[in-house]
Design a protein around this ligand. Structure first.
Ligand SMILES: [Ca+2]
Ligand SMILES: [Ca+2]
Length: 166
């Protein structure tokens, strides 16, 4: 990468960081929505850059907490909005796992008819709010590389060493 491009990328990331939405939640996680649309891979990179990870959702409570967080953010639209979340089925078609921790997706909140792997090209997970289509914080699989959208980062779980120190 040339130094000019590298500088530009740094500036974009810094700019995005200055515009993140942050709030503690009932799940004990902090969530953020950087002010930049990206494909799923870049979304994951940007969360990492901030010391966070793409959001993982393993219970109804967490799905509700994410929904509440988005609703308070300026990225929410009551008409339609959607965000990348941290799961995919890139390793094995039809088997979704949470990329940040490698765990299989057990609790799931798919929109009816999803995941449909449309055209055999959809492998990354998004959360969708589009009430006119009966989608209220339900999940869809979409195209990892070519779809650009906002995304939700969460704080990383604290590791054992930090737990002991705490
Ligand atoms: Ca797929
Ligand atoms: Ca789909």
């Amino acid at each position: 990468m040339s130094s000019t491009i590298r500088k530009l990328v740094s500036l974009i990331v810094i700019w995005a960081y200055m515009h993140v939405q942050s709030a503690p939640s009932s799940t004990g996680k902090e969530y953020e929505i950087p002010n930049i649309k990206a494909n799923w891979y870049k979304a994951s990179e940007i969360c990492n850059y901030f010391g966070m990870q793409l959001v993982t959702i393993t219970s109804r409570d967490e799905n509700d907490a994410v929904a509440r967080f988005v609703q308070r953010s300026d990225k929410f639209s009551d008409v339609a909005c959607s965000f990348w979340i941290g799961g995919n089925d890139l390793a094995e078609e039809g088997t979704f796992s949470w990329m940040p921790n490698g765990q299989l997706v057990r609790y799931a909140n798919w929109t009816p008819g999803e995941p449909n792997n449309h055209n055999g090209t959809e492998h990354c997970m998004q959360i969708v709010y589009e009430p006119r289509r009966e989608q209220r914080w339900t999940w869809n699989d979409n195209k990892c590389r070519t779809k650009y959208m906002y995304f939700i980062c969460e704080s990383k779980p604290r590791n054992c060493v930090e737990e002991l120190r705490g």
